[in-house]
Design a protein around this ligand. Sequence first.
Ligand SMILES: [Zn+2]
Length: 94
Amino acid sequence: MEHIVTQPSETAIDIACDVCSQSTRVEGYDQQLVTLQAHWGYGSKHDGEHYEVCLCELCFFRTLSHLRRDRMVNTMFDEEPDITEDEFGLVRIK
Ligand SMILES: [Zn+2]
């Protein structure tokens, strides 16, 4: 029996996460990645510096977890925290 392997008509580009170096392609779907970026302007300590870091889903949520923890420490003595911990950074759900 002959096995037929179909080749994609175009070479798929696979973008690796800048933190863990793993592929950001999800099997059967497209790339799933986010970009953390900053372009510091006049008056900032890093004027003229431009940063861009590609993150996979796992590394994004690890980063968000660190930020969430910092936020919790910074607001732990507030009488009325303005957001719940689980919603930090969440804009919307489908
Ligand atoms: Zn990663």
